[in-house]
Design a protein. Structure first.
Length: 633
């Protein structure tokens, strides 16, 4: 038994009393982890917590709990709004939760074990602005962890995202693939234009303060002085976020957006919360903005708020709400004959219709946006729409036309020296090279994209880069590297509520597990992808998930279930007109006919697939051609 005995990893979870659901789900997650990953990696995770002590001693004994902490391999701390139960007998600590954390930390400092992970459940900006005693301690603790960089910590929004974090970190721990805490520092770079507007507004407020002082207008002097002070705090917060002191910046923005009446500060706060994935707080800021200007107002400010809310809802996959916001924004822009604003809304609607699978309408929206952008000289918007059209044409199998669009976009972005735009073009061109089979070029482009987005703190785009790098490594059959990339993408997508990228990463990870012959885990990932796509109303995503599930069932030998899945995928792809995916579905059905010994039907399906692959210039054409040759005449 010596060589095959499983390695035991003892995992202790500590938390105050406001995360009952997470604690309960944690144990279920450990069970699932042991059944799948644990058997394959020859490890067994053992969950520990105060519940175990209660069961063994009949009372909650902190001394027994501490002994468990002293023997655990991994210590997980989860926190939300509460700091924990008061601990009068645990001085200098103010709660048992704090004592447990520091006990684990001191042991780590001396022995290098246990590994410590800290997870914070997100709290809305309004609560953080007026936190109370318990939440105030949690916020200060979060800032302390960021400043010391001793311990890995992450945020989560739901039980599901908490479990994904735990799963990802425990797998990485078992494999010895954890990054160092100091490598995890987040930076958030806010838009230069917004910062410049804040600086200008501050100078105006300072000038007005001086004018009011000279005029002995005490009320105006006090008002202008307050405004200048708030603008300075906003500037300070932006600087802190760029330096990696995101928690300090979050605290300042949370306090500002609940009290300020300055639109520039609200916009900067919106950008901060949006870029850090705190979509609830970002939405709160826009709702305050609408409250300031009036929901029925025809002002450009109200239009901007509806447009930003549309983007938030689209990121969450709430496409009906997103369209409602975009249409309200568009109605205001049209009433003011604001072609600049109309062009931006048309572009956003184009992306939304693409997600829904209405490709003709998506193309019309992007073309309308380009036309209006040319008319008013908005070349930034033109670049974005060229890139969006490229995505659409690539999806429809017209790779040559897609490449032309991407190159047009890149030319403009380089001319403007817009790093964010260059990163987007690298993403698009990298994806195109993956389809073409040019993996070295694709990897280079996606690594460049990743570096730019890390420097800018663009988390959603960092996740997209990881997802695409996973595809590169998957194509090279470097499945461990691919799995690591997809899990990085999933962890970020869960944090920032990017459902589109999340669905893609789940599906891609499912394909990796399929290649590793971990069929149960593969099916689990594909069903997660399917669920997210159905929630978003993404027909293309639903079809891809059905197709991947069909392959899982095929490998299991359940040919009838596989056939049903592939037919569902084919029906949707035909309705969408996506030639390459239609070809994939036909090829999969052809292979099922081969398994069943139905040679004539197999040839018919594979021949149709071959014609479509060649039309799309897909490298899959070669594989299908070989399969047809093997079937003979």
């Amino acid at each position: 038994m010596g060589g095959t005995e499983k390695r035991t990893i003892r995992v202790f979870i500590a938390s105050p009393g406001d995360l009952v659901e997470e604690r309960r789900a944690f144990r279920d997650a450990i069970t699932q982890l042991n059944l799948g990953f644990g058997d394959g990696a020859n490890v067994e995770f053992v969950p520990l917590g105060w519940e175990d002590v209660l069961a063994s001693t009949g009372r909650r004994s902190q001394g027994v709990i501490n002994r468990e902490i002293d023997t655990c391999d991994v210590f997980i701390l989860a926190m939300h709004r509460r700091w924990g139960q008061e601990a009068p007998d645990a001085k200098p600590y103010s709660s048992y939760t704090e004592e447990e954390f520091h006990r684990a930390l001191e042991r780590w400092k001396k022995c290098g074990t246990p590994e410590i992970f800290v997870f914070f459940k997100r709290v809305d900006a309004e609560s953080e602005a007026d936190p109370g005693v318990q939440l105030r301690k949690v916020i200060d603790f979060r800032k302390h962890l960021e400043q010391t960089k001793l311990v890995l910590y992450h945020s989560f929004d739901s039980v599901e995202s908490f479990l994904n974090e735990v799963d990802c970190h425990l797998r990485a721990y078992a494999k010895g693939e954890l990054p160092k805490a100091c490598e995890q520092m987040d930076t958030v770079v806010l838009p230069l234009k917004a910062l410049e507007e804040v600086e200008k507004a501050k100078q105006v407020a300072l000038e007005k303060t001086e004018e009011a002082r000279v005029a002995h207008n005490a009320a105006e002097e006090a008002r202008s002085k307050l405004e200048a002070m708030q603008l300075q705090i906003a500037e300070d917060a932006a600087k802190l976020s760029k330096e990696g002191k995101v928690e300090h910046a979050r605290e300042k923005f949370a306090q500002l957006v609940t009290v300020t009446g300055n639109a520039r500060i609200l916009m900067l706060g919106f950008e901060f919360f949006s870029r850090t994935g705190d979509l609830d707080s970002a939405r709160f800021v826009m709702q305050r903005w609408i409250g300031m200007y009036g929901s029925e107002s025809k002002s450009k400010e109200t239009a901007a708020a509806y447009g930003n809310l549309g983007i938030l809802y689209r990121q969450r996959g709430e496409l009906d709400k997103a369209e409602e916001m975009y249409q309200q924004c568009l109605a205001i822009e049209k009433s003011q004959d604001n072609k600049w604003g109309m062009a931006i809304v048309f572009g956003n609607l184009g992306k939304l219709y693409h997600m829904r699978g209405d490709y003709k309408l998506a193309e019309q929206m992007h073309q309308s946006s380009i036309s209006l952008s040319k008319e008013v000289g908005n070349i930034e918007c033109m670049a974005s729409q060229f890139a969006n059209l490229g995505v659409l044409y690539q999806f429809l199998g017209n790779l040559g036309r897609a490449e032309k669009m991407y190159c047009k976009a890149l030319e403009i972005e380089q001319l403007l020296d817009r790093k964010e735009g260059v990163a987007i073009c690298c993403n698009r061109l990298g994806s195109l090279n993956i389809v073409k089979g040019n993996l070295d070029a694709a990897e280079e482009l996606h690594l460049k994209e990743l570096a730019i987005n890390k420097a800018l703190g663009m988390k959603r785009r960092i996740a997209s880069a990881y997802n695409n790098l996973g595809l590169v490594y998957q194509k090279r059959r470097l499945f461990d590297q691919a799995e690591r990339m997809y899990k990085e993408a999933i962890a970020i997508c869960e944090k920032v509520s990017d459902k589109e990228c999340l669905a893609n990463a789940y599906g891609n990870l499912g394909v990796v597990f399929l290649n590793l012959n971990e069929l149960d885990r593969s099916e689990e990932m594909q069903r997660k992808s399917l669920s997210v796509c159905e929630e978003m109303g993404s027909l293309a995503g639903v079809a891809n998930a059905f197709g991947n599930l069909g392959i899982v069932f095929q490998v299991r030998g359940n040919c009838e279930q596989a056939r049903l899945m592939h037919l569902k995928a084919l029906s949707i792809h035909e309705s969408l007109g996506h030639k390459e995916n239609i070809a994939n579905d036909l090829a999969n059905l052809g292979r099922l006919h081969i398994i069943n010994g139905e040679t004539i039907q197999a040839k018919e399906m594979l021949q149709k697939a071959l014609e479509l692959f060649r039309e799309c210039q897909s490298p899959n054409a070669g594989l299908v051609a070989r399969q047809l040759n093997e079937l003979g005449d």
